[in-house]
Each structure stands twice: as C-alpha cells, then as structure tokens.
Design a protein around this ligand. Structure first.
Ligand code: OOG
Ligand code: NI
Length: 265
C-alpha cells in the first residue's frame, strides 16, 4: 500500500484522466492551469469479503483516513461510507459496495466468478485501487448485468479505479456559484447529469453538487471491443454549519442521482 497520500492521488488522477479525457480539459477550463483542490474521489465495489468496501478502505485508513459517514441506497441495493483525512485539503473518499446477495442467482454467480479471478497479492498492491479489471467478461454478460444493475455492469467492465474526482468549488478562485460552473461547462459543450435536476442538493442541506455524464471509452470484451460509459467529473460547493465549520458529509438523496452519471445517454 502507498505511504504517501499525494503520490496515491496523483497516480489515481493519471489513471482517471486516461479513462476520462474530458476531466483533463475541464480541469484546465476551471482552474486556468492553477492547482485544483479535490473535494472527494469515489470508488465502487461488490460486498464480497475479498474485495468489499473495507478492503478498499484499508488503502486509505493506512494513510490516516478515518470513517465518518454511512449511507444507504435501497433502490440501487448499495451501501457507502465516506472517509476523511486529518488534513482537510486532502480529498474525502466515498466508497460504495453493491449488496450482491440481493440480486438474481445469475448475477451473484457471475460476480463471484469475477472475484475468484482476483489474485490475493493484487489486493494489497500499491496500485490496487487504480488497477482496473482483474477478470474477463463478454458482451452478453455485460448486458445481462446492465439489465439488473447499471452499477454491477460498470464495475464488471471498468474495475477498480476512481469513478470520479470532484472539484471543490469553494477553492476555485474564479467561481463562487455552482450555477456559473455549470454554465461554463455547458458553454464549452460538456453534457451534465440532469437526473433530479442539474444541481443536486441546496444550501439548506449544506451541499450542492453537479456532474458531467461519463465519458465513453473502448473496453475490451472477450468477444470484441465496445464503447461504454467510463468515468465522470463532479463539482461540489459546501456550506458552513451553524457552528461555522464547513459541512464535510454527503447527502444520500443527491448521491443517489450522482450514481446515474455512468448511465448510458
Ligand atoms: C458515487 C455517487 C455518489 C456523491 O458525491 O454523492 C457521490 C458513485 O457514483 O460511485 O459521489
Ligand atoms: Ni461524488
């Protein structure tokens, strides 16, 4: 596992922009070349013990991250936790896991088959959380997963890597309002996730979020290549609580819609 949190995130970012060329362009558009503070990154997995949320979390808790919030997504059959670093300028980490046992026997069997192929040594390697897919999958299996759970299909095809990075609007010198960030993105031709409205949340819940729809990448299936949604970029503005401290949690109702940024358009 990594010993330097900055190295970890810079490696993850390099992997992420290969999957998400839009993010590199947007980074330039919003930051004008200056560094951008990431509000958070997110990872996805299955709740099978070998690769579950806790296994991914170890790559962060070993660097000082602490578990802070629990979230449930009943319809999508997911749970999630978020982790924070003592240094508030380090990104928060949002990790979710699919409740595999709540799906069909076919999906359960497919997913178990994937996880059996993951080498034990890969799980603790420095790069596990940006190592991608550790199994083979064909197009029919991808489609069958997609019919039950978009999330399951995404993890099956894309594997272990940052599902998104998130720009902290609070730290952008040239922007204050999320509306202005969104308009700048749309003017430049980027497509935003409009599920539940372009802006998820509000000042009242202390968090406003928006995101692009995921880029598309060519993925290798055992029976040929296909272009599918990869990763997206998110934008978050946080508000202070009554005690003056900035809210650092997530909002489940908003997150529920952010997950849909990897839906096919
Ligand atoms: C995570 C979606 C939730 C947020 O900021 O609320 C989220 C995902 O798509 O994996 O990132
Ligand atoms: Ni997010």
């Amino acid at each position: 596992m990594h010993t330097d949190v900055n190295v970890l995130f810079s490696e993850m970012w390099q992997d992420y922009i290969k999957m998400t060329p839009s993010a590199a362009k947007i980074h330039q558009l919003l930051g004008k070349g200056a560094p951008i503070i990431n509000d958070h990154i997110a990872l996805r997995t299955f709740n099978i013990a070998k690769v579950n949320l806790e296994v991914l979390a170890k790559h962060f808790t070993s660097l000082g991250y602490v578990a802070c919030g629990d979230y449930q997504f009943e319809q999508k059959k997911l749970v999630a936790k978020h982790f924070e670093h003592p240094d508030p300028t380090q990104p928060k980490v949002f990790i979710s896991e699919l409740l595999v046992e709540e799906f069909s026997p076919q999906l359960q069997q497919t997913v178990k088959g994937f996880i059996d192929q993951v080498e034990e040594s890969a799980l603790v390697a420095d790069n596990f959380i940006y190592s991608g897919r550790h199994w083979q999958v064909d197009k029919a299996t991808y489609q069958a997963l997609l019919a039950e759970s978009e999330y399951a299909a995404w993890v099956a095809a894309i594997g272990y890597r940052a599902n998104h990075f998130t720009v902290s609007i609070n730290h952008l010198p040239e922007f204050e309002r999320i509306e202005d960030v969104n308009q700048t993105l749309k003017d430049a031709g980027f497509v935003l996730n409009s599920s539940g409205g372009e802006i998820k949340g509000s000042p009242e819940v202390l968090l406003e979020q928006s995101s692009t729809m995921a880029d598309k990448v060519v993925v290798n299936f055992t029976d040929g290549d296909a272009e599918i949604p990869s990763c997206f970029y998110e934008f978050a503005r946080r508000y202070p609580m009554d005690n003056g401290q900035i809210y650092t949690g997530f909002v489940a109702a908003s997150a529920d819609k952010i997950f849909e940024s990897t839906n096919a358009m």
